[in-house]
Write a protein that binds this ligand. Structure first.
Ligand SMILES: Nc1nc(=O)c2c([nH]1)NC[C@@H]1CN(c3ccc(C(=O)N[C@@H](CCC(=O)O)C(=O)O)cc3)C=[N+]21
Length: 286
């Protein structure tokens, strides 16, 4: 069975649109998201355009700031400081990756944690780790949990979740979220020995490695739930580029009970969760 991420995202946006209206009526606050794009990357531009459109569809304010690829780090930090002070801006997202001459960690640390809708600031990672419930949680991991629950129901207790990938953006925060859901969590990565064997023990298998068709059909336990975080552009036999995940979908769909497709799986949920974080930030700190 296919887990429909597009539908799940549409369902979440519908809930959010009602909450946006409520916040406006009760407190006269309209959530505002600012996206900063440094340089011109075609894939980033499509993605940023989608975010801006969806933000407006929900009745939230949306602003896109484009900066030249050779901007100095100091200038970017100054721009961020202005946004940190701006009362109409509840969420700030700096599109990654940044050009090589800019220190990414320094930029992420400069975003006001209350406006950090990516959830990448150390204060938010720390809060997530502590389970204090007041973190802004990274969007893709949130989306993964929602999609797993769409198939398995609200209670993930006792399930063995295997997360392949240990990035600060997906693997690590997702492992923490799954632990909070009472899963038994294994984090696997490029140095893991007997990876196939470990994956075969997973009730929930999450692939976040960034390599096309990395996870094979026979790595999957029959009846497992598979969440594919990969977004890989490959050329097909006719030379056309095509989007595929980290999982060999055709093989996996035969074995798994449920699997998210690419496109139409985790990607749309990531954006929906970004909108959710913007609403949360506006409600909490606006
Ligand atoms: N600060 C920051 N935060 C991010 O969240 C962030 C980022 N930087 N840099 C780039 C990555 C990538 N990312 C995607 C989100 C949604 C889709 C998405 O919706 N994809 C569609 C397909 C879109 C297409 O066809 O290209 C899908 O999977 O169905 C893709 C990629 C967020 N990122």
């Amino acid at each position: 069975m296919r887990i429909d991420g597009k539908q799940a995202a549409a369902d979440l946006r519908k809930q959010l649109s009602m909450q946006v209206l409520q916040l406006q009526q009760e407190k006269n606050i309209v959530p505002g998201l600012t996206v900063i794009l440094v340089g011109e990357d075609p894939a980033s531009e499509v993605y940023v355009r989608n975010k801006v459109r969806q933000t407006r569809e929900l009745g939230m304010h949306s602003q896109e700031i484009r900066l030249p690829v050779d901007i100095r780090e100091e200038a970017l930090l100054t721009r961020l400081e202005q946004l940190n002070q701006d009362k109409d801006v509840h969420g700030i997202l700096v599109q990654l990756p940044l050009p090589a001459h800019i220190n990414e960690a320094k930029v992420l640390a400069a975003i006001n944690p209350e406006k950090d809708v990516d959830g990448f600031h150390a204060l938010n990672s720390g809060r997530l780790l502590n389970g204090s419930g007041d973190a802004l949680v990274p969007c893709t991991p949130q989306g993964c949990v929602i999609l797993a629950k769409r198939h398995l129901g609200e209670d993930l207790s006792g399930k063995h979740a295997v997360v392949i990938g240990r990035s600060n953006i997906v693997g690590k925060p997702l492992a923490i979220l799954l632990l909070q859901e009472n899963c038994t969590v294994t984090i696997a990565h490029s140095r893991t020995e007997n990876l196939a064997q470990i994956c075969r023990q997973a009730d929930i298998l999450v692939a976040a490695v960034g390599r096309a068709n990395f996870v094979k059909g026979d790595w999957i336990k029959p009846g497992a739930t598979v969440i594919d975080v990969g977004i890989n552009r490959i050329e097909d036999t006719e030379g056309k580029t095509r989007l595929v995940g980290d999982v060999d979908y055709q093989a996996a769909v035969e074995v798994a009970a449920a699997i998210t497709p690419v496109p139409g799986g985790v990607g749309p949920m990531t954006i929906a969760c970004l909108l959710k974080n913007t609403l949360v930030a506006a409600r909490r700190y606006g």
